[in-house]
Ligand binder design. Structure first.
Ligand SMILES: [Zn+2]
Length: 236
């Protein structure tokens, strides 16, 4: 899904129109900065020899994913890649929209937990609920919202549909009302793996660090960054 191809070729090298791929381009003056412009006789559109602004290069998408997963925020990523923060936000949401959750196998054991963070301003709490497959350590589903049945139910329903063998949670009382008693398990050391994953998440994602001013300004952005973190490894 994510193209790795780097389009660094110039129109003058290929001799093809970048829009319709026809070989009917002719020179058509120069830009203010001195770059050669071309005119396509086939589709009647103009193009320049090469673009200096690299944000639309497909290879940038992979760099965005890598830098986001390694704990860089929006502004630091924009500085490193030399693209604008507005473009970066748009691209992160675009990449996240194209990512699909992993295929869930039947009859597996899961751990479910919540992690607290803030959005918009400090003091405005939001919870990230997610399910971790115990054997493969893969996050299969997540949701962002209040610490309520409504948020938890999205995850639990996904696990129930995949015929989960057992679901381990902490002692948060809401779980006992929404998880089938035969499958629900609460025990000491039952959520060890997911608690460790919480720590990894807080280390890797800039917006989940503690005691910082870096947190998401919108739920949509938080959701997109989490989706990129959880599900992009499958596609790369
Ligand atoms: Zn053309």
């Amino acid at each position: 899904m994510l193209s790795v191809a780097v389009s660094c070729s110039r129109v003058s090298d290929t001799g093809k129109c970048p829009h319709c791929k026809a070989i009917s381009i002719i020179k058509n003056g120069r830009t203010k900065t001195g770059k050669q412009q071309y005119y396509c006789k086939s589709c009647s559109r103009r193009c320049i020899d090469y673009y200096s602004y690299k944000a639309c290069n497909p290879a940038v998408n992979l760099q965005i994913i890598e830098l986001t997963r390694e704990g860089l925020g929006i502004r630091s990523t924009a500085r490193v890649l030399k693209i604008s923060p507005t473009t970066l936000i748009r691209k992160i949401i675009q990449i996240a929209d194209n990512l699909k959750p992993p295929i869930i196998c039947k009859g597996r054991t899961y751990e479910v937990d919540e992690i607290k963070t803030y959005w918009k301003k400090k003091g405005k709490a939001v919870w990230i609920v997610y399910a971790l497959e115990r054997k493969t350590k893969q996050v299969v589903s997540f949701n962002v919202g209040g610490r309520s049945n409504r948020t938890l139910k999205v995850i639990v329903d996904t696990l129930m549909m995949s015929e989960a063998k057992s679901i381990y949670t902490d002692r948060f009382p809401n779980y006992q009302y929404i998880i089938d008693k035969k499958k629900h398990k609460v025990c000491f050391y039952g959520t060890n793996h997911i608690e460790r994953k919480n720590l990894t998440l807080r280390t890797h994602l800039k917006r989940l660090h503690r005691r910082t001013i870096c947190f998401s300004r919108s739920i949509k952005m938080l959701f997109a960054c989490l989706k990129l973190y959880f599900f992009s490894a499958v596609d790369i």
